[in-house]
Design a protein around this ligand. Structure first.
Ligand SMILES: [Zn+2]
Ligand SMILES: [Zn+2]
Length: 257
């Protein structure tokens, strides 16, 4: 199993999990052209995406999905409420499948399961990928980690984990008060320190071998702060990367963690 972060943040999210036989895209919040371009920078093509799963209705997760489906023949999987809330984005001839939270799908050697997340949108979800050897989690856009979310993620080998903001930067930053409250709430976004505490819990359980910090706020965080805060929470060190909004990551191989 391999993964690749194409971009992450409020400017658009897109993440790939692949094996030799299939390729799954999580979120199409970048334009279809950007998704294809960033994939080709790593020797991949959007024409080879097996399926695209959408986490929730916010534009930074779904903006490019219609064009991606039409131009590259990619089937889109999402919750019915997500489609309803984004009805203006769809032209009508995309291939769309509906899924419920908790549903699992098998694509060749990888099973993907949707996981509930606590966020201010209807039926928002994260995802868990499994093959015979590895588990990989994807968790962004959540204000808190519920017990169900934790239980689903407790055995992951690798995780994409939101580290959205530094609490002090958020409180003293440029956002209006209502937005500060929203981001900081239990259905907003996770802070660096909450993210670090959750990752430490997974490390203590003994399986987590690596993480990508994702969905960093460009106003209320810096990559250095996110990394420093998260690493300070980890009692056992593991490799931690920070996702960029603008550049794709290298391809990460689970076997090499
Ligand atoms: Zn988002
Ligand atoms: Zn969101």
């Amino acid at each position: 199993m391999q993964c690749l972060m194409l971009g992450s943040g409020s400017g658009g999210n897109a993440f790939i999990v692949k094996s030799d036989s299939i390729m799954i895209l999580i979120d199409a919040g970048l334009s279809a052209a950007q998704i294809h371009k960033r994939m080709s920078m790593r020797g991949l093509s959007a024409d080879d995406i097996t399926a695209c799963f959408i986490t929730h209705e916010h534009g930074d997760h779904v903006r490019g999905a219609s064009m991606l489906s039409l131009r590259h023949k990619v089937p889109i999987y999402m919750h019915p409420a997500t489609k309803q809330k984004t009805s203006k984005l769809w032209r009508g001839n995309e291939t769309i499948h509906f899924l419920e939270i908790g549903d699992s799908y098998e694509f060749s050697d990888i099973t993907i399961t949707s996981i509930p997340t606590s966020h201010d949108s209807e039926s928002s979800m994260g995802f868990l990928f499994k093959n015979s050897r590895y588990q990989l989690g994807y968790l962004t856009d959540l204000g808190s980690v519920s017990e169900d979310t934790f239980l689903a993620m407790k055995d992951v080998d690798f995780i994409v984990m939101e580290a959205n903001h530094d609490k002090e930067m958020l409180l003293n930053g440029p956002y209006p008060m209502h937005l500060k409250r929203r981001v900081d709430s239990r259905v907003g976004h996770l802070s660096n320190s909450d993210s670090g505490e959750f990752l430490n819990l997974l490390v203590e359980l003994g399986k987590l071998k690596g993480a990508i910090l994702a969905h960093l706020s460009e106003k209320n965080n810096t990559p250095e702060k996110a990394l420093e805060t998260v690493l300070s929470k980890l009692k056992t060190k593991i490799p931690v990367m920070v996702a960029s909004q603008h550049e794709p990551s290298e391809i990460i191989e689970m076997e090499k963690l």
